[in-house]
Design a protein around this ligand. Structure first.
Ligand SMILES: Cc1cc2nc3c(=O)[nH]c(=O)nc-3n(C[C@H](O)[C@H](O)[C@H](O)COP(=O)(O)OP(=O)(O)OC[C@H]3O[C@@H](n4cnc5c(N)ncnc54)[C@H](O)[C@@H]3O)c2cc1C
Length: 553
């Protein structure tokens, strides 16, 4: 059983605002900025403003800006990547609003790289896109520019930010009509090393969860350390359903820095293959030739699976990486991809003249809290935006560079709606006593085991046997949850990641097919009966429950 509330010291302070936003990435800041002209808005963020994935994004933002491109083609490419699980109406809405979201960022001051001649922005192509439609900045520093633009705009607009503030659990109230309603959030103020300074209650008329994904549940990931599934776990503890959590996109090419590399790894963006780079194995054979009609520009899941299979063959004894050859770009590589150049040089590789060692790593959570493109969830007063949410845009696999666009579009829509209308204020219910489910935490030193299990058994290729091993191991770890562990950021993150791991394993175990980025070696093909999303939630005693399964499951 998983905890239904994170153990924490009792609250010693209170704040009240109209809207509280959890997280300061593209989604959270877009929401805060859009709500701010009308509402008092407080952004709670657990580290510094730029600690989430947004600042790390390399490739850019997808949107139809070229006259030869079309909205219809962007819709088609997104649906194709999503492998039958996208919500077409939501995709259509996103694609229609994507060009505006990019122009909006430019109006806010984002400097995207200009096309030759300088009149328009440069557009590049990434895997799965049928046209050049990705805007980028500083070559491969696109996310940093988005983050900088939103940081400055939000602060300039008077959005209040509390950094080093960890969102623990939602506060729930009961509306006059008897409906459960989110009325705020319990927050811990923490010191620079994660020590707990105090806990307080922020009451609000609306809570927007924008805490990003859960890449850190795997041992090797492109995600920064802050991306620990806190938002998803917090929503699940409040009984809010998540969906599609088994669809974790593995980026085919993070920089391989050695057999013992753990945690965040430098990304070698898809845009490098967009510029013509080619994957080879250790024997110098092409990895993607014959694997897919788009070869090295095939969708990410196809490339990650092809690399994983080639690594399993241990060509020339090399079983943990392959090589990306971008030497045709010569020294242009340095200016087009400055961050990747820096990362390569840090391990002694010159990408203009040498092949880059690469391997797949967890990269993007396609699923998350069930929400509409307007952020509304099943719980009144609770909204979710960005990578933490599952809007139906990505289905079983995200099309490259659709996520930053989605974060801006969804965040802005949530904020705009909340500017016009917020739920009526409701007092929090007294916190229920939890004698049957004690507030227990995972010993943070055990997180290493959770991650190792996830990477060994629940990564690019899964099977009934690997998932059963993972379920056994994670179930045993849940039995070690104890009230002896003192509350700290590390313990809360470890406990949240255990909750997320349990949800991912449960959903991946029942989905007996391969679809999008969920690949089962024992069920290698898609099965039409599974053309449906699985909902996952925690029940009243902290057990993971699945719903929405087809009759045959
Ligand atoms: C290396 C890399 C490259 C990428 N490249 C691209 C790309 O080129 N194009 C693209 O579209 N997408 C890309 N992505 C994905 C994209 O960056 C993310 O999906 C997107 O930035 C998510 O934005 P977000 O606002 O939802 O979350 P994030 O930017 O991850 O922000 C989450 C925020 O929540 C805060 N937070 C988390 N937990 C708590 C808590 N308990 N309490 C308070 N605050 C909390 C974090 O500190 C952070 O501020 C990339 C991702 C990575 C990691």
């Amino acid at each position: 059983m998983l905890p239904l509330r994170l153990a924490a010291p009792p609250p010693s302070w209170e704040r009240d605002v109209d809207v509280v936003v959890l997280g300061s990435g593209a989604a959270g800041l877009s929401a805060a900025l859009a709500a701010r002209p009308v509402r008092s808005v407080l952004v709670i963020t657990k580290d510094e403003l730029a600690a989430g994935s947004t600042a790390w994004a390399q490739g850019g933002l997808a949107g139809v800006l070229h006259p030869e491109d079309s909205l219809e083609d962007h819709v088609r490419d997104t649906l194709a990547a999503g492998a039958g699980l996208c919500d077409e109406a939501v995709v259509r809405q996103l694609v229609t609003e994507a060009p505006t979201s990019i122009r909006y960022l430019m109006r806010l001051g984002a400097a995207f790289d200009p096309a030759e001649g300088g009149a328009d922005v440069a557009l590049t192509r990434e895997g799965g896109h049928s046209h050049d439609r990705i805007v980028h900045s500083g070559g491969d520093r696109s996310g940093a520019e988005v983050q900088r633009t939103l940081d400055e705009s939000a602060i300039g607009a008077g959005v209040e930010v509390t950094s080093r503030a960890f969102a623990l659990d939602l506060l729930i109230g009961t509306a006059p009509d008897g409906t459960r309603q989110v009325v705020g959030v319990a927050v811990a103020l923490v010191g620079p090393t994660g020590e707990v300074l105090s806990v307080g209650h922020v009451t609000a008329r609306a809570v927007v969860i924008a805490c990003g994904g859960y890449g850190q549940v795997f041992a090797s990931t492109s995600n920064p350390p802050a991306v620990t599934g806190d938002g998803l776990a917090l929503a699940m503890r409040a009984g809010v359903p998540a969906a599609d959590v088994e669809f974790v996109q593995f980026h085919p090419t993070v920089l391989w820095t050695g057999p013992d590399a753990r945690g965040q790894q430098a990304l070698v963006s898809e845009a490098v293959r967009g510029e013509g780079a080619i994957l080879f194995d250790a024997a110098g054979r092409r990895v993607m030739a014959g694997a897919h009609p788009l070869e090295d520009l095939a969708p990410r899941d196809v490339v990650a699976a092809a690399i994983t299979r080639r690594m399993a063959d241990a060509v020339e004894g090399v079983d943990d990486h392959v090589f990306l050859d971008a030497t045709h770009l010569g020294e242009r590589f340095y200016t087009r991809f400055p961050s990747i150049t820096e990362a390569c040089r840090s391990i002694g590789i010159d990408p203009a003249h040498e092949r880059i060692p690469v391997a797949p790593a967890s990269h993007y959570a396609c699923g998350g809290i069930r929400a509409g493109l307007d952020g509304a969830t099943s719980l009144r007063g609770l909204y979710a935006a960005g990578e933490v949410s599952r809007t139906g845009v990505h289905g079983a696999n995200r099309l490259a560079s659709n996520s930053l666009t989605e974060s801006i579009v969804t965040g802005t829509r949530v904020g705009r709606d909340l500017a016009w209308e917020v739920p009526d204020r409701v007092d929090p219910d007294p916190l229920p006593p939890l004698p049957t489910v004690p507030e227990r935490l995972l010993d943070p030193d055990r997180l290493r085991e959770v991650r190792a299990v996830m990477s060994r058994h629940v990564a690019v290729l899964r099977s009934a046997a690997s998932l059963a091993s993972a379920a056994g191991a994670v179930g045993s770890m849940a039995r070690t949850l104890t009230d002896d562990v003192p509350p700290s950021v590390r313990a809360w993150e470890a406990t949240n990641l255990l909750t997320v791991a349990s949800a991912v394993i449960a959903a991946a175990s029942v989905r007996t097919e391969s679809r999008g980025c969920h690949r089962r070696s024992d069920f290698p093909d898609p099965d039409d009966r599974w053309r449906t999303s699985i909902d996952v939630h925690l029940d009243a005693v902290g057990s993971v429950q699945l719903s929405g399964l087809p009759d045959t499951a």
